[in-house]
Design a protein around this ligand. Structure first.
Ligand code: FES
Length: 166
């Protein structure tokens, strides 16, 4: 009787141990499948060196498949509440897609001009002509020393985003 009980207990504990190991292995396997690949995670962030930019000449970067305009403003360009200020310099950071129907505007003589329907945006990204209903959109970014990292919502981003909502 006592031997039977011990044997039954042993089999029960063995099943429980096998089930626990199997469950843990299954959870680990599911986590591996669900987690984004390291290459995908790295692709979510783009770092831009602001010191490499020339005043008055916007550069276009790519972040998550979207064009991102970054303009270091020259002294003759108007200040704006959406300017990103780093040190003594002012920058416009914007998603480079027209807010009308999504074409990519081109920089011409101090203005981003959209060839699709004639929309225009000034050096601060504000719409100044044509059908675009709002300024160029602001991508999430974080300032780290002299770089911006696209993909993180840092305090500078939040401050500018607030002014755009007002
Ligand atoms: S898509 Fe730019 S003006 Fe229409």
């Amino acid at each position: 009787m006592s031997n039977n009980t011990n044997r039954r207990d042993f089999i029960g504990y063995s099943f429980a141990a096998v089930a626990a190991v199997g469950g843990a292995a299954s959870l680990y396997g599911m986590k591996q499948v669900w987690d984004p690949l390291p290459s995908v995670l790295a692709g979510g962030f783009t770092t831009i060196d602001l010191t490499a930019l020339k005043a008055g000449e916007p550069e276009t970067f790519t972040w998550r498949g979207k064009p991102i305009f970054v303009l270091k403003k020259s002294s003759d360009m108007d200040d704006s509440t959406r300017d990103l200020i780093v040190g003594s310099d002012r920058y416009t950071v914007a998603i480079g897609l027209c807010t009308h129907l999504g074409c990519i505007p081109a920089w011409k003589k101090g203005t981003w001009k959209c060839a699709c329907h004639g929309g225009e945006f000034d050096a601060s990204g504000h719409q100044t002509f044509g059908p675009p209903p709002r300024p160029l959109d602001l991508p999430p970014f974080e300032v780290k020393e002299n770089t911006i990292v696209l993909g993180n919502e840092g305090p500078e981003y939040q401050k500018i985003a607030q002014t755009l909502k007002a």
